[in-house]
Design a protein around this ligand. Structure first.
Ligand SMILES: NC(=O)c1ccc[n+]([C@@H]2O[C@H](COP(=O)([O-])OP(=O)(O)OC[C@H]3O[C@@H](n4cnc5c(N)ncnc54)[C@H](OP(=O)(O)O)[C@@H]3O)[C@@H](O)[C@H]2O)c1
Length: 291
C-alpha cells in the first residue's frame, strides 16, 4: 500500500483524517509533519510516524513529499509557498520516473462565496456544481483560495501529479482523535462574535452557507486513498469535490456573503452527506473553543 504524508494532522480536520485512515487502512504507512513537540507523543500513539518541523520549511516539505506516494494538506488552504513546494517535489518524482504523486488538498467553499457585503441572499446568484467542467474552469482570482487551487488544477492538467481538491462547507461535529480542537469555521464565528461583543449578523442576515458533518468530510479523504483509488489514474480531470449539505442550508448571520454549491462529484464515490443541525453541535463546539 502507498505511503502518506499528512500535513495538519494535529488540526480539527487533519487529526480526524488521521484517525479515520488508521482505522480503515491499518497497513497504510502514515507520516505526520508536526510542529509542536508537545503533540508528537499523541500522534505516534495513533500509529503514525512523526517528522518534526514547520510547513514554512520548504526544503523539509519537499523532501517529505518526495519520499511519500500521497500527500494530504489539511493544514492550510491559502499557503502558496507550501503548495509550490509540494508541487515541486511531485514534479521531481515524476521526472525521475517514480510513482506519480497523489496530492489531496483542502480548500473550502469560501472559494465560491458570492462576495456580497450586504448579508442578503441573492435568489439569482450563481450555483456552483463540481461536476460541471465549466464551473471549475471559471475559478479565477480574486476568489478566495483561488491562487492555490488554480496552481493545483494546472499541475493536475499537466499530468505530473494526480490532484484532488476537497472543498468542505463549514465543518461541524466533535473532533476525532487525541486533540480537543474546534473547527476553523466555528472558531472564526466565535472570534467574530467576541470581537463584536454580541452575536451579530450583517444587513438583513439572509445570506447562506452550508455546513457539513466532520465524519462525512473525513470520508472523502479516505475515499481518495483506499485500494480502489490507488488503481485510478486521475490525470487531467479538474478535480474538485465539494462537501456540502444540500438540504436545508443554514443561515449564517456572522458573515455577509453566500456560497451556493452542489456536490455531485462525491456522489460518484458513493458519498452522501447526512443532515446536520447546527444547534446539536453548538454547545460542545463552544466549550472546546472557549477553553
Ligand atoms: N474547519 C472548517 O470548517 C473548514 C472548512 C473549509 C475549509 N477548511 C480549511 O481546512 C484547513 C484545516 O482546517 P481545520 O479546521 O482543521 O484547521 P486547524 O484545526 O486550525 O488545523 C490546522 C493544522 O495545520 C497545522 N499547521 C498550521 N500551520 C502550520 C505550520 N506552519 N507548520 C506545521 N503545521 C502547521 C496546525 O498545527 P498546530 O496543531 O501546531 O497548530 C494544525 O494541525 C484550513 O486551511 C481551513 O481553511 C476548514
Amino acid at each position: 500500500m502507498s505511503s502518506v504524508l499528512l500535513l495538519g494532522g494535529t488540526g480539527y480536520i487533519g487529526c480526524s483524517v488521521l484517525v479515520s485512515l488508521r482505522a480503515k487502512y491499518p497497513a497504510l504507512a502514515i507520516t505526520a509533519l508536526v510542529r509542536n513537540p508537545a503533540h508528537v507523543h499523541a500522534i505516534r500513539a495513533t500509529g503514525a510516524s512523526v517528522v518534526e518541523g514547520s510547513l514554512n520549511d520548504a526544503q523539509l516539505v519537499e523532501e517529505q513529499v518526495y519520499a511519500h506516494d500521497v500527500v494530504i494538506n489539511a493544514a492550510d488552504s491559502e499557503d502558496v509557498k507550501l503548495t509550490e513546494a509540494i508541487l515541486r517535489a511531485a514534479r521531481r518524482r515524476s521526472d525521475e520516473g517514480k510513482k506519480k504523486s497523489v496530492f489531496i488538498h483542502t480548500s473550502g467553499v469560501g472559494l465560491f462565496m458570492d462576495g456580497s457585503r450586504e448579508g442578503k441572499f441573492d435568489e439569482g446568484g450563481k450555483v456552483w456544481n463540481d461536476a460541471k467542467e465549466d464551473d471549475i474552469k471559471s475559478i479565477s482570482s480574486p476568489m478566495m483560495h483561488a491562487e492555490v487551487d488554480i496552481a493545483i488544477l494546472q499541475a493536475g492538467e499537466e499530468g505530473y501529479v494526480n490532484t484532488y481538491i476537497i472543498c468542505p462547507a463549514g465543518v461541524v461535529g466533535p473532533p476525532r482523535g487525541p486533540f480537543q480542537v474546534g473547527s476553523f469555521f466555528t472558531r472564526n464565528i466565535v472570534q467574530f462574535c467576541i470581537a463584536m461583543k454580541q452575536p451579530t449578523y450583517v444587513g438583513e442576515g439572509t445570506n447562506e452557507v452550508d455546513i457539513v458533518d466532520l465524519d462525512d468530510t473525513v470520508d472523502l479523504y479516505s475515499a481518495h486513498i483506499g485500494p480502489r483509488a490507488q488503481d485510478r489514474e486521475a490525470t487531467h480531470e479538474r478535480s474538485i469535490v465539494i462537501a456540502d449539505l444540500e438540504n436545508p442550508p443554514i443561515m449564517l448571520f456572522v458573515v455577509a456573503a453566500s456560497a451556493r454549491v452542489v456536490a455531485d462529484r462525491p456522489k460518484d464515490l458513493g458519498w452522501k452527506a447526512r443532515p446536520v443541525n447546527l444547534e446539536d453541535y453548538v454547545k460542545a463546539d463552544l466549550d472546546i473553543i472557549l477553553q
